[in-house]
Design a protein. Sequence first.
Length: 406
Amino acid sequence: MGTVDSSSPKLRRSLTTPLLTLYGLGVTVGAGIYVLVGATADVAGPFAAFSFLIAALVVSLTALSYAELATRYPVSAGEAAYVEAGFQRNWMAVLVGLSVAASGVISASAVAIGAASYLHALTGLGTAFLTISVVLVMGLIALWGITESVFVAAVITIVEITGLLFVIGWGMSIQEPQGYAISEMIPGLGLDTWRGIFAASLLAFFAFVGFEDIANVAEEVKEPTRTIPKAILLTLVLATALYLGTSMTVLLVVPIEVLSTSSAPLALVFANAPEAIRQGFAAVAIVATVNGVLIQMIMASRVIYGLADRGHLPKILAMVPQITQTPVVATVLVVGTILFLTQTLPIGTLAERTSQIVLGVFVLVNLSLILLKTRPDAAGLHFRVPLFVPILGVVTSALLFAAGFL
């Protein structure tokens, strides 16, 4: 099996804990919370915030597995490397790596179309033109350099988080909220109540997908053994706090019958706000979607680079020019594929399947860690979790995976 010449330029280790955490938050916080609160409230009613909390607990198990694996193998195409090490099957590594890259490309395509729709409402320009423009501009930023592109994504993420904090602050200041009192959001012990909460947690789970993308830029992280676990756990803790605050605020302010049917639930908090504030929040929503395109591009290109660097894909895809120290050929391939998908395919069904791909990968990643833990540990110094963590990770991810097909 061929490998790339070790003398060729490699990716630059330049990401610190704050930048990596903002990268993780940028891909985790975003379209999920901006869209899912309404759908979650439709299933769980006043207890939707609890659904986000349960989803966070489930995701945290797999996140801890990722933290150990990413410090054992701090390389691009992380999931592929973990599965290859655990199962010792090259074909499984390639399949997992391509699945992860596909999920990123499909997600970026769907988000790019969404961003163009928001921009069309604001500018009146053609949706096809705006979609192509969004993809090309984000592609150029991704080519620019990992520090620069993650810095841009980090700035956008701060804007995105500020938007959520503004939702919470504005909502809590409303004198006569039309929703539920805080005391009504605490569930009792009724079976039907908890059935609804658990059912809604399947929806809420998808708002947390994204932390695993941290593993795919591991080759560009300074001190990965310390930085990666901190960034993964900080991402989940901060995202959970934001989701709880946002969901409780929206439930407090907006009547449930209005909230449960809305595809833009956070905008409802500003229903009686001045026009300038409503438009400002719409701009933040556009920025949030554009950020998703950039971060998924970075992730997918690093997975393809990592597979090529280990000889699983053509060597040219691992080419890294000295000037940018980014995987230029892999990034161009990703951008071209996203452009093709946005202009030719109905992306809705594909976007829904992205979540199934991610959960399938979660199952294999947790199984890989279980297999690795049953062998002598030759990986040296790295973050460690107890064996029960990946076992529970397999069980919870498999249950959510199966539930998606019911």
